[in-house]
Design a protein around this ligand. Structure first.
Ligand SMILES: *Cc1c(COP(=O)(O)O)cnc(C)c1O
Length: 428
């Protein structure tokens, strides 16, 4: 095995190669920090981190500590818990900022993704008679579509007239940057808000956030991103990329657990934007006078000013367990392994030379994260079920997409190897 080349992108299709790559993986010990689900008593090959990330083994202890402090201190735990609950969400601030490439004041963890999307649109979708359109992707995640359409109606406009949906060019499966740019250039004057998923949930395509933001701002549009499939996946630099806002959930690549508290980014340029309308609650009120319980709202500076309620501590505790792991591993290192692992998956799929499927996800590393979407025109659903029964978990999206996520934190090269071997056998 010693003569195996380890240059990125130079792959071999035998199993020994996968084993050797795992041995040389500087992140290999991170897998043991997670519970790997079992099927029929054996570790499954878990390729669903884009849907629900795995549970860190440490999550229970983080949660247990808060349960103990609640038991022993009751309400006093707000101030006297080992990690006092009043400022508890701040324990996540630096690491969240680091994760998405933002300044600490630009991020906050709160609510859930769709709620945060609505809160952001309340402030940042401000349609006028001449500029009232929203630009999204065709086939955007349903919750985003519903949220956007309901906001349009809420302002008295008609989604049929207000929504511009970007579709791939005929014969293509993904959008081109220059295509997005030209739509923005042509229709920008009527577009109030550009809202794209930074990674498309179905195709796995990653967008050039900086380029889209620049094009949008040049036309006077507000630019926001849904990072549901990008947070904990791409090496984001939100502050520099410059969107006005971004929102994400924490239960996919971020491993915070089902329904975990979500994240929100508001660019520094809006930090003290008291001219923006917003829906308010007491937790967004200036901290020093929050408990004077006065009638008038004074927003905290930065993203925290959009908070509504005191946050669920148990959910924050679970998220901390995972964020501490991300902090140690480092997003750059994770992304580096991610590029290699995803390229390896693509390599093995192409090696099968099968005509039963096509790969939808772009081939360039900078246009994707830890996901490969495979189009199966025939019997894909049955194939996915069969893989599940054999202990290989990936997921199926109607009408014809199998989504496979090799997650650098806990997936191995052998996971990828085993997946492709079983997949290829099932497909033929
Ligand atoms: C997963 C996902 C959601 C889910 O929204 P919740 O509010 O967390 O239930 C929304 N949008 C996108 C793009 C997603 O990928």
């Amino acid at each position: 095995m010693s003569n195996i080349p380890f240059q990125p992108g130079v792959f071999q299709s035998n199993e020994d190669f996968a084993v050797a790559m795992d041995e040389h993986d500087s992140l290999k010990e991170y897998r043991d920090l997670f519970f790997i689900p079992k099927i029929d008593g054996a570790d499954c090959v878990y390729l669903c981190g884009h849907s629900l990330g795995l549970q860190p083994r440490s999550a229970a202890a983080y949660i247990q500590q808060e349960l103990e402090d609640w038991a022993q201190l009751g309400v006093e735990a707000h101030f006297r818990a080992r990690n006092p609950w009043m400022p508890y969400h701040r324990l996540l601030r630096e690491q969240t900022a680091e994760l998405v490439g933002a300044k600490p004041e630009e991020v906050v963890v709160m609510n859930s993704l769709t709620v945060n999307l609505h809160l952001m649109m309340v402030s940042f979708y401000r349609p006028t008679a001449s500029r009232h359109k929203i630009l999204i992707e065709r086939g955007a995640f349903p919750s985003d579509q519903y949220a956007v359409k309901s906001q349009i109606r809420f302002h008295g406009f008609d989604p049929a007239a207000c929504l511009i949906e970007l579709a791939p060019l005929p014969g293509e499966t993904c959008l081109r940057d220059e295509q997005i740019e030209s739509v923005i250039e042509q229709s920008g004057g009527q577009i109030a808000l550009i809202l794209l998923g930074a990674v498309n949930y179905a195709t796995g395509q990653a967008f050039d956030l900086e380029r889209i933001t620049r094009a949008g701002h040049a036309q006077g549009c507000v630019v926001g991103f849904d990072l549901a499939h990008a947070a904990g996946n791409l090496a984001l630099k939100l502050h520099a990329q410059g969107p006005d806002f971004a929102v994400w959930c924490s239960y996919k690549y971020l491993n915070g657990g089902p329904g975990c508290i979500a994240g929100c980014f508001v660019h520094e340029r809006h930090a003290s934007a008291n001219n923006l309308p917003r829906f308010t609650g007491w937790w967004g009120h200036e901290e020093s006078s929050r408990f004077q319980m006065g009638p008038d709202f004074r927003a905290m500076n930065g993203a925290e000013g959009w908070q509504l309620s005191n946050p669920p501590i148990v959910s924050l505790a679970a998220l901390r367990a995972s964020m501490d792991i991300f902090h140690r591993a480092g997003m750059e290192r994770l992304h580096h392994k991610s590029e290699s692992l995803t390229s390896y998956l693509e390599f093995l799929l192409l090696e099968t030379r099968s005509s039963q499927f096509t790969i939808v996800t772009p081939s360039d590393n900078w246009r994707r994260g830890a996901q490969v979407s495979i189009r199966l025109p025939r019997n894909g659903r049955a194939l996915c079920d069969r893989l599940t029964s054999e202990g290989i978990l990936c997921d199926w999206r109607e009408p014809d997409i199998l989504r496979v996520a090799p997650v650098p934190l806990y997936n191995s090269y052998r996971d990828v190897f085993q997946f492709v071997r079983r997949f290829a056998a099932a497909a033929e």
